[in-house]
Design a protein around this ligand. Structure first.
Ligand SMILES: Nc1ncnc2c1ncn2[C@@H]1O[C@H](COP(=O)(O)OP(=O)(O)OP(=O)(O)O)[C@@H](O)[C@H]1O
Length: 599
């Protein structure tokens, strides 16, 4: 093949290809059509064809864009869009509702989780799955594909983006929360409202058998993303809480009245908020009371620990403000943050308005404490921060604020004033009548088995009642917490006679152990490494401060008062220095430390 032939062939090929591609005009330039002396007719038709194609292509593209624009306009005009961000309660409502309505059933992409109390919205396993298997796992659709469904005559399109963990610091602290995007094809804005309301009611209905507990387990921060951990706990009947007569009932009535009287509060111009402080020794039922109350009134609990490292004033404010209406805001062991503050000069506003810093357990105290002890983490929340939050809680939201403490005397009076804490409920170690009730709860006539022969229902009831009295008689009043007695009863849960008979020996042994432990932990001669004898120390503006431990509970005492000889004899009802036990810190040592601090 000679050169002109080659050129002709390649020219024809190029021109055919370019026609197809609608670029014949450009192609004709390359194939030399313009320059060919004998081909002016062909070139003109090429140019014409190309121009036509160009115009056609342009028109088509313009039409496509116009159509897209029109659809978008119609979508905006005739549809409603909404976003639900993970962490906000509405997100839970929507996921729950769509799970109930089996919207996700077309999903083919699942994340499998072992079922636990941490709530995840799994879908039902298809029919044919072996019985019982479904109970152990959750199939959670990853939801990333859009789903179209019809609800009350309205077409709804939904899409969900998953939570993304990022390495970049964002306002969410390294987490991008999942979002549900909802598009409703309707002009009626009420449809969105109705949809959300139906989702909320469905959520309440489904959760009736359990109490939903929200906690903040990570330093996530951002709109609606504070309460990042949701657990479901089985609802506890209020009758299972054993308190002095009428206490539980009056608490429930009080909370119920508060919720029902919202309008009265508004009309009277009184902020619609109510604060409760449950105080008393550990294991006496404070937390259980709140859970039972929440179950009874159908409220969700938002529980925060002030001692979590990431909780500071800003986080607390954010957490409180994202609690929905008619819920419980619970701060457990509220004294943890402020007990030490009041004594060591950190944190409390009254003591200078600083955050509560980091103290050190047993730090280099002349007396043999361990220098290498790790620092004790304490809350960064200030008293004024907490007071602001309590004052702001539910001024229009109707949130019930609950706090628990083992040591009410450690709390600042500003916190306890009416308007912040409206009702204080004291808890005590178990009385004899409570012990008998606990026994009855453990051994109901319907389930308990008695030894020695056949018992009629009536005889059984009367025998169990006698045993309950015996049980109560055999333990000293107000010596043990209900949790301790519960622990004992669990060890003989099938043997009521044995429980009634052996409780006295158990109680004697426990009391002896407690005394021994108290002597052991408070007498440095018995303890070469007295960790618990020295608690938190840190720089203080007003002198040298420290903490004494009583058993496992660390209690702070101002060392300046020790130096001056005015050591309190008891802290939180527990003798600090038992009789015959030498004081843990001698005045000389305190003076030495004070001198060291001053230099
Ligand atoms: N009054 C009570 N009635 C019924 N159960 C109780 C009571 N007190 C304690 N218990 C049982 O003891 C355990 C611990 O109770 P709970 O956590 O409510 O005590 P608490 O007072 O909140 O303790 P802490 O101050 O250490 O937080 C639970 O299992 C609970 O069932």
């Amino acid at each position: 093949m000679n050169a002109p032939e080659t050129s002709e062939l390649s020219g024809a090929w190029m021109s055919g290809f370019s026609r197809v591609m609608g670029l014949s005009l450009i192609a004709s330039v390359f194939t030399g059509g313009w320059a060919s002396p004998g081909g002016s007719t062909t070139t003109a038709s090429y140019v014409f064809d190309s121009a036509r194609l160009l115009v056609l292509g342009t028109l088509l593209e313009a039409g496509r864009r116009f159509f897209q624009w029109l659809v978008e306009r119609c979508r905006l005009q005739y549809s409603i869009t909404a976003q639900f961000t993970e962490g906000d309660p509405t997100f839970e409502w929507i996921v729950m509702f769509m799970t109930e309505k089996k919207i996700w059933k077309r999903s083919r992409d699942f994340r499998i989780n072992a079922r636990s109390s941490i709530r995840r919205w799994g879908i039902e396993i298809a029919e044919g799955t072996a019985k019982g298997e479904a109970a152990h796992i959750d199939l959670v659709p990853t939801y990333e594909l859009p789903h179209l469904f019809r609800w009350n005559g309205v077409w709804i399109e939904t899409k969900r983006s998953s939570t993304v963990v990022t390495t970049q610091l964002s306002s969410f602290g390294g987490f991008n929360p999942g979002v549900i995007y909802l598009t409703m094809y309707t002009l009626d804005i009420k449809a969105l409202h109705n949809f959300i309301e139906e989702a909320r009611l469905c959520y309440i209905e489904r959760g009736r058998a359990s109490v939903i507990l929200h906690t903040a387990s990570q330093p996530n921060f951002g709109p609606g993303f504070v309460w990042n951990c949701v657990k479901r706990k089985l609802r506890r009947p209020i009758s299972s809480i054993i308190l002095e007569d009428g206490v539980m009932e009056s608490l429930v009535a009080d909370a119920r009245e508060f919720i029902e009287m919202e309008n009265w509060y508004i009309d009277a111009g009184i902020p619609h908020r109510r604060g409760y402080l449950l105080h008393g020794p550990p294991g006496t039922g404070k937390t259980s009371t709140i859970h039972a109350l929440a179950g009874e009134l159908g409220l969700e609990i938002f529980s925060l620990s002030l001692s979590a490292g990431f909780v500071d004033d800003a986080f607390l404010q954010q957490a409180a403000s994202s609690i929905p209406k008619k819920a419980i805001f619970l701060i457990e062991d509220i004294d943890c943050a402020f007990a030490t503050a009041a004594r060591d000069g950190y944190g409390s506003d009254s003591l200078g308005g600083q955050g509560i810093g980091t103290g050190f357990l047993g730090s280099g105290f002349p007396g043999g404490a361990d220098l290498a002890m790790p620092p004790l983490k304490r809350s960064s929340v200030t008293l004024s921060g907490l007071l602001n939050v309590i004052d702001g809680i539910g001024s229009e939201e109707g949130v019930l604020f609950f706090a628990t403490t083992n040591c009410i005397e450690h709390l600042d009076p500003a916190l306890l004033r009416p308007g912040r804490i409206d009702r204080k409920v004291p808890y005590e170690l178990t009385s004899k009548s409570q012990a008998a009730s606990l026994f009855n709860r453990f051994f109901p006539a319907t389930h308990a088995t008695l030894q020695n022969g056949e018992w009629s229902a009536k005889e059984k009831e009367s025998r169990l009642s006698t045993l309950a009295q015996e049980f109560a008689e055999n333990i000293p009043e107000h010596e043990f917490s209900t949790a301790e007695l519960q622990g004992f009863l669990l060890s003989c849960k099938r043997e009521p006679e044995q429980a009634a008979m052996s409780v006295q020996a158990w109680a004697d042994q426990e009391i002896e152990d407690k005394h021994h432990k108290a002597r052991f932990t408070r007498n440095p001669q018995h303890d070469a490494r007295p960790r618990s004898t020295f608690g938190a120390f840190g720089p203080a503006s007003d002198g040298v401060s420290g903490a004494f431990g009583a058993g496992t509970t660390s209690t702070t005492v101002d060392l300046t008062t020790v130096a001056s000889g005015s050591v309190p004899e008891t802290v939180c009802g527990t003798p600090l220095t038992p009789p015959h036990t030498p004081p843990l810190v001698s005045k000389e040592n305190v003076n030495l430390l004070a001198a060291a601090g001053a230099s």
